[in-house]
Design a protein around this ligand. Structure first.
Ligand code: FE2
Length: 210
């Protein structure tokens, strides 16, 4: 639909090739094409300003707050991804195959989110991590470089890490809410659900009351 501003300040809309002019009496009048061409001063195919509203309407302060929270979150996702793969590679014991495959599935899920987190930060105008060193400087979840970690300790530690990750995401969600960033909040809701599912599988596997 094309909107045209007439020289006399009235606005007309073309619908199915016919131009209408809104009248002060709230009625409309059909215009013929020569009349439109003679009186129009602006012809634009640009969308209305309202329909152009998007993530860039987030205030500079909001971009800083959300971008900062996403930076920490991305570092945590990378740290937990690598720890999950570390335990996947070094798993040993009676249920090796089950645990090895479970952690592979969890690692894939964590890695898949990383690109979306970084790109979301860029979409709102923030920057994101640039290196492995940047991950180390921003991660809140701790690494585990210990050799020969027992299988149950691995699973229990990952369960706790995933619950902490979910709580970090809830905090980030609250920051998004405060700044009206619906899209980041929506992404976070899915990632929270995934983290809680991973935590469920891990804690159920290590339950001692079964
Ligand atoms: Fe693998």
């Amino acid at each position: 639909m094309k909107r045209i501003t007439l020289s006399r300040g009235l606005c007309t809309t073309r619908k199915s090739g016919v131009f209408f002019e809104a009248l002060p009496s709230h009625g409309v009048r059909v215009l013929d094409l020569p009349e439109v061409l003679m009186t129009s001063k602006t012809i634009s195919d640009q969308p209305d300003a309202k329909s152009m509203e998007g993530p860039f309407t987030i205030s500079p302060r909001g971009v800083g707050e959300i971008g900062g929270a996403l930076r920490f979150l991305l570092a945590d996702f990378f740290a937990l991804y690598l720890k999950t793969k570390n335990f996947h590679w070094h798993m040993r014991g009676a249920y090796f195959r089950d645990y090895h495959l479970l952690l592979d599935e969890h690692g894939e899920q964590l890695f898949e989110a990383t690109d979306a987190i970084a790109e979301r930060a860029r979409k709102i105008g923030a920057t994101t991590l640039r290196s492995a060193g940047d991950v180390t400087r921003n991660q809140r979840l701790s690494d585990n470089d210990t050799e020969n970690v027992p299988a149950m300790v691995m699973l229990s530690e990952l369960g706790s890490d995933n619950l902490r990750l979910a709580s970090f995401m809830r905090e980030t969600h609250a920051i998004c809410d405060e700044n009206g960033d619906l899209a980041t909040a929506s992404l976070l809701e899915n990632w929270i659900d995934e983290a809680e599912r991973r935590a469920w599988f891990l804690t159920a596997t290590t339950a001692t009351d079964a």
